[in-house]
Design a protein around this ligand. Sequence first.
Ligand SMILES: *[C@@H]1O[C@H](CO)[C@@H](O)[C@H](O)[C@H]1NC(C)=O
Ligand SMILES: *[C@@H]1O[C@H](CO)[C@@H](O)[C@H](O)[C@H]1NC(C)=O
Ligand SMILES: *[C@@H]1O[C@H](CO)[C@@H](O)[C@H](O)[C@H]1NC(C)=O
Ligand SMILES: *[C@@H]1O[C@H](CO)[C@@H](O)[C@H](O)[C@H]1NC(C)=O
Ligand SMILES: *[C@@H]1O[C@H](CO)[C@@H](O)[C@H](O)[C@H]1NC(C)=O
Ligand SMILES: *[C@@H]1O[C@H](CO)[C@@H](O)[C@H](O)[C@H]1NC(C)=O
Ligand SMILES: *[C@@H]1O[C@H](CO)[C@@H](O)[C@H](O)[C@H]1NC(C)=O
Ligand SMILES: *[C@@H]1O[C@H](CO)[C@@H](O)[C@H](O)[C@H]1NC(C)=O
Ligand SMILES: *[C@@H]1O[C@H](CO)[C@@H](O)[C@H](O)[C@H]1NC(C)=O
Length: 812
Amino acid sequence: MEKAIILTISFFLLIFSCFVSPISSVDTLKPGDSVNSSAFLVSADGFFTLGFFIPNDSSLSYLGISYTGGNDIGWNDIGWNDIVWLGNRENGISDDSGILTINSAGELIITSYTLDPTVLYAGGNGKNITATLLNSGNFVVREMNIKGSSDRVLWESFDYPTDTLIPGMKLGVNHRTGRNWCLTSRFGENNPASGAFTLEWDPGTRMLIVRRRRLIYWTSGNLKDYTNQSLRLNVKEFENIPKPDFEDFNYNFTNVSNGAEDYFSYSRITYPTAIHGPHSGWQLSYNGDIFDTYNGTMIAKVSLCYGYNIYKGCESWEQPICRNHNEAFVLKSGHFAYGNGSEPIAESVVNYYLTESDCRDKCWKDCECVGFANSSQHVSNEIGCTFWKGKILTFVQSYDGSEPKQFVLVLKATKRWKSWEIITLVISVVALLLDCVWFIIRKIKQGKRKKEELRELMTLEGYTETHPVESDRGQGHHLRLFMYSSILRATGNFSSTNKLGEGGFGPVYKGKTIEGREIAVKALSRRSVQGLIEFKTELILISKIQHVNLVKLLGFCIHGDDKMIIYDYMPNKSLDFFLFCPAKRELLIWDTRFTIIEGIAQGLLYLHKYSRLRIIHRDLKASNILLDEEMNPKISDFGMAKIFKQNLIEANTNKCAGTYGYMAPEYAMQGIYSIKSDVYSFGVLVLEIVSGRKNNSFQNEEGPLNLVEYAWELWSNNAAIEVMDPMLKCSRSRIDQLKRCIHVGLLCLENHATDRPTIEDVISMLKNEMMPLPMPNCPAFVTRNSTVYELENGKSEKFSANGLSMSAIDGR
Ligand SMILES: *[C@@H]1O[C@H](CO)[C@@H](O)[C@H](O)[C@H]1NC(C)=O
Ligand SMILES: *[C@@H]1O[C@H](CO)[C@@H](O)[C@H](O)[C@H]1NC(C)=O
Ligand SMILES: *[C@@H]1O[C@H](CO)[C@@H](O)[C@H](O)[C@H]1NC(C)=O
Ligand SMILES: *[C@@H]1O[C@H](CO)[C@@H](O)[C@H](O)[C@H]1NC(C)=O
Ligand SMILES: *[C@@H]1O[C@H](CO)[C@@H](O)[C@H](O)[C@H]1NC(C)=O
Ligand SMILES: *[C@@H]1O[C@H](CO)[C@@H](O)[C@H](O)[C@H]1NC(C)=O
Ligand SMILES: *[C@@H]1O[C@H](CO)[C@@H](O)[C@H](O)[C@H]1NC(C)=O
Ligand SMILES: *[C@@H]1O[C@H](CO)[C@@H](O)[C@H](O)[C@H]1NC(C)=O
Ligand SMILES: *[C@@H]1O[C@H](CO)[C@@H](O)[C@H](O)[C@H]1NC(C)=O
């Protein structure tokens, strides 16, 4: 009975003692004491703990100092970010046998079953020494004097920084001891052994420096004074370290330089003022980045440094020729593959001393390398690298992240413009332009002589005038400046015998330069309000537009108010000359006509789609289609609307009323033009070429209004073939082609611009004889009186599905 009571009581006492007796709550280690895996030291205020930790994601045990913030620590909650110092970073202990003790020889020493001891401090023999974990997180070995109160520091953990700098620690040099305080990064994410990066304080330049294997990657820039009146702050900041915007604390950087020491350190200024503000620690990460362990705020993004000096603080260094500043490695889940889908064999380098940044460096320097990973076939993560080589490899990304991650060389997305940046840019460009315009206007107003102004103009962009005759200057523009005198000579003083015709913009003369080249000189009417420089700018732009089906612009000439444009002379004149003259028309066999139709379409396609200016011609008609020796069509007068900078209707005098027949209804009536207005004009041209008749050559009161209506009537009556020029003699297959042209022509003449095909569609419809064509719907007829007649026929309902079939063509 008594036995039972005693047993029960002792059992409860045992349980009680387990709860009450703290594992250890002392902050000091005395000789003979030890810290083992179930005991530790806690700083007096309870904020730091020293003991053996098995940090998260690691299997090894380390003697470390951890920030525990006054909380009870649980072993499993210790993450790498909380650890501010390690005593055995190079020698993790693989079991829980680690012991820290001050032995009889006066050494502060870590022992274990498996590893050789690690001696932290060895000079205590014969001295009365203790080791204490201070409230600052510093672990110090002190010598007690006889009274047992005063002490001399013999060793301190702050002298042996790991990868974290906390307030009170120093970076720099102690000149007396020769000690260099610097941080050394971890080897890998979960391996605390020394890695490739160091963070140092350079007393000479007073900058923080991050090196990778001795090469400077990043510098902090100068330490400058920073004052914030509202916070009553008078501190310092680094050029390349963003001002942290913590709500509860700020950094207070200190640099000290005296005979004994040169160092940098920092403290916190807390809001509200508190002894224990938020814990802060600058950790140098395994990839070189520096961040504050408080909440991960970046101090320096060193992993962005590739030697191009494009990020704040990044240094520049010599680069392999094959790399450029837009390239970077990005961690992505997926694998590399050849074009045929088979996977390449990776090249592995097994080397215990290679960190991830070493692998990156090796890959970067190897021009064939397109990606790397740390070798995943090894048990431990941090052994060696795997490289993928060959420019033909493509990376197949796994978007669900199921495949292993690797570093892939990618082109960085170019920075997008922010809207305010665009606005600022536009405003400044506009302001600049206005400035220029104002400058020019002022020049003119000042009454400077035209000739002088002209000379100034010519000297712009490399046109040096003085040379009397055309000397192919400004070859860069393929555009030549002709002197007025040489134009006079070439055209025989613009003699009427040399006059080729009267275009919408003025008369055209034939000429011959002294080198014997035949040219066509278009004298522009004087009504253009455009300034000279603007005129020249447009010309330079237009001269860059070159295509076999466009007339080549040779140059220009300015004489006072007169402006002239010089083209290649086309011996066969223009299409209307052939088409509407019975004697010549006979020569235009169908094959030639079809080539002409195709050529015009190609020229238009280029203008609409492939030229940089996206020109809408706006005045496409037979007289603007010139023919070279081989009867190849060349569109002329393109870009005239740009040169004139005014509405085409104004540019047309009543002399060339013929143009009205070519105008799309929306353009004629509302002045709305688009590439589809050109398509309309093209449709008219096609019908003219097929029929050999002018669109507005229908004078008969009773008969159709114009060619378009005529063709439509025949088409509706299934007699489209009668549109064909009676002078044409065609074989069966050619007849089909001809019918197709009429069909396409009618499609181009749709009343609604949206119903018309694009010129791209037109080309494929003409080329591809198998392609089914939609039915034409409502052609529009524009007359001289600018009235649109739309055929009201019962068929319009029936054709309402056309929109569908057209869009099917667009979608091709
Ligand atoms: C740690 O040391 C204490 C006494 O100092 C001892 O009771 C305990 O068993 C030791 N723990 C281990 C795991 O060695
Ligand atoms: C430690 O790891 C566990 C699971 O792996 C995780 O839940 C915990 O948040 C980690 N703790 C720290 C401090 O990282
Ligand atoms: C060392 O100093 C402490 C006082 O801090 C004292 O209690 C102890 O006896 C001293 N030990 C020796 C060996 O002098
Ligand atoms: C190696 O790769 C693994 C998986 O991507 C990663 O978790 C680990 O941190 C890497 N090790 C190093 C040293 O980068
Ligand atoms: C001063 O600090 C406050 C609070 O962080 C901030 O809002 C303000 O912009 C700072 N003033 C200057 C001049 O930097
Ligand atoms: C860190 O804390 C500050 C406020 O104290 C906050 O503005 C910032 O976003 C935090 N950073 C991260 C990475 O959580
Ligand atoms: C900054 O630190 C220095 C040196 O530690 C100290 O003298 C100064 O008072 C601190 N400044 C503020 C605003 O706390
Ligand atoms: C800190 O550096 C500045 C120059 O950047 C220097 O003028 C100043 O004397 C240094 N401060 C100390 C305490 O040495
Ligand atoms: C795929 O292409 C690569 C390189 O072109 C070649 O080495 C490989 O043998 C090809 N694999 C197959 C299955 O064709």
